[in-house]
Design a protein around this ligand. Structure first.
Ligand code: TNX
Length: 496
């Protein structure tokens, strides 16, 4: 929209203005965070140490040198943005003397902290004087990562959580089970990881999270305002379970390990006595280990089975999740089965008939938009990209940026759209370098689609702002794609 130089912020905020005056120095600053602002304060202290090399201290003393984080139900935010009613907004005032961040909810404080960190000059540890009023367009701004086809160890997930927080993303969806492996250790069925934890695509090394690892990921995420959603994929995509638990097979014989990347061949059987106890115990334990309010039950790409049997198996799963007080999330295929009111249905497959999703939304489900041709960041950038798939096309940076979520399913009421979620499937991703190379810079484009008002979005403005993130990714030791269309020459943006 505007041709004026922007502050180097991604996603672009609803309103931001550069003020006259000297910058605020983070060196020696105090963080004043009364009431429920402890997690955002920790977020700021943790990240300021890494981003700007400063050691901030908690204090109750306001006045010059203070960074004040305050929950205020009346915080006025987001002038003119359509998402002004969504949680997560904040108001930020930076002067030479103080930084004042107010938000009506904790998420807003986290997002304001991310803005402070992005504005921080890494060399001088100073923040320019600004006023920012901002709020998200969509409440759910997610990223799904597949830790099954190839495993991503805890440090990689934590590094990813830092990148997500920086981009104001607030949901990490972990795809924990599939045909190739089982990645969460459960006391109710220890054989799942014992037998299917070490396997992965092409015989590559696998791995799994202990309950402690999972707790550590969730705690780190919470400290950055991110909720973790675990996915146990069923009734298809279950070969790892069929390998570990023989009783889940009609002949009682364990299925062999699967190291390929085909889909749609494995399934649970509703009529086997082992099936219901398995589904109930696994989901109850996963729900109990999960601090957030959601459990994802998969439901995608079931092999051919009678619709009644599919509905019965999905019903078993939704009842188990509901019984633990959690909200159900499922892939779009799950909408073929009756779902509890308030469930979330995740749309991904643009080749399939979307009527089932539209009907579920009309009946009270909320919709997550993950259209593969835009949001599947495991797609190659172009034909020369050395990793990634291309079944949903190529996604260059501009293609990841220039799309309108509410046009994806035009028959779904905008009010039924909970948000958007990117996904990165790991068939071809062997290393953290592969992962971050596919995510960056496209995750920044996705984050702006998720956060910013359509009227604020502009490709060439984005291309100028995203260039400022390259040196930050370098400083964090992350690989990323120096893709065409952006002038990645190092050097700060002029801030006016
Ligand atoms: C589709 S998304 C899948 C995954 C694959 C992915 C590859 C979904 C619900 N199913 O099993 O990994 O495509 O891009």
């Amino acid at each position: 929209m505007s041709a004026q130089p922007s502050l180097p912020l991604v996603p672009v905020p609803g309103h931001a203005e550069r003020r006259a005056g000297e910058p605020f120095s983070l060196a020696g600053a105090r963080v004043v965070a009364p009431g429920g602002a402890g997690a955002p304060a920790d977020h700021l202290i943790d990240r300021a140490a890494v981003v700007a090399g400063v050691r901030l201290v908690r204090s109750a003393a306001t006045g010059p040198g203070a960074v004040v984080l305050r929950l205020d139900p009346h915080a006025r935010h987001a002038v003119g943005t359509p998402g002004a009613g969504e949680p997560g907004g904040y108001v930020l005032d930076v002067t030479a003397d103080t930084v004042t961040l107010t938000a009506p909810d904790v998420g807003g404080l986290h997002h304001g902290v991310a803005t402070v960190l992005q504005l921080t000059d890494q060399d001088t540890a100073t923040v320019p004087p600004v006023r920012v009023e901002d709020s998200p367009r969509f409440a759910w701004r997610g990223l799904a990562i597949d830790v099954v086809r190839h495993f991503h160890a805890v440090p990689t997930v934590l590094a990813l959580l830092d990148v997500m927080a920086d981009l104001r993303l607030n949901v990490l969806h972990l795809h924990l089970t599939d045909d190739q492996g089982w990645r969460l250790d459960l006391a109710s069925y220890p054989e799942l990881t014992a037998r299917s934890g070490h396997t992965a695509v092409d015989g590559d090394p696998g791995g799994w999270y202990s309950a402690q690892d999972y707790a550590a990921i969730q705690a780190y995420a919470a400290r950055r305002g991110i909720v973790v959603v675990p996915e146990i994929d069923l009734p298809g995509h279950v070969n790892a379970a069929l390998h570990a638990v023989p009783e889940l097979n009609p002949d009682g014989v364990a299925r062999p390990v699967y190291e390929g990347i085909e889909v749609g061949f494995s399934r649970l059987h509703a009529d086997l006595p082992a099936t219901a106890p398995f589904v109930r115990s696994v989901l109850a334990e996963v729900a109990a280990l999960t601090t957030g309010p959601y459990v994802h039950i998969g439901g995608d790409e079931p092999p051919a089975m009678p619709p009644d049997e599919y509905a019965e198996l999905v019903g078993l799963a939704t009842e188990a999740v509901r019984g633990e007080g959690k909200t159900v999330v499922c892939w779009q295929e799950g909408a073929r089965a009756p779902l509890p009111a308030g469930s979330l249905v995740q749309y991904w497959d643009e080749r399939a008939d979307a009527d089932v999703v539209t009907a579920a939304a009309a009946a009270g489900a909320r919709v997550l938009l993950s259209p593969a041709s835009r949001a599947y960041l495991d797609m190659k950038y172009d034909a020369t990209t050395p990793v990634g798939l291309d079944w949903a096309g190529h996604i260059d940076l501009r293609h990841a940026y220039d799309w309108e979520p509410l046009a994806v399913l035009p028959d779904v009421e905008p009010g039924a759209v909970a948000g958007v979620e990117a996904a990165v499937w790991a068939e071809t991703i062997r290393t953290p370098e592969d992962l971050f190379f596919l995510l960056l810079p496209r995750l920044a484009a996705f984050a702006e689609v998720a956060w910013s008002a359509p009227t604020m979005r502009d490709w060439s403005d984005f291309a100028a702002r995203v260039a400022a993130l390259g040196p930050r990714w370098d400083a964090a030791g992350l690989s990323w794609g120096r893709v065409a269309g952006v002038d990645w020459t190092p050097g700060p943006l002029t801030m006016i």
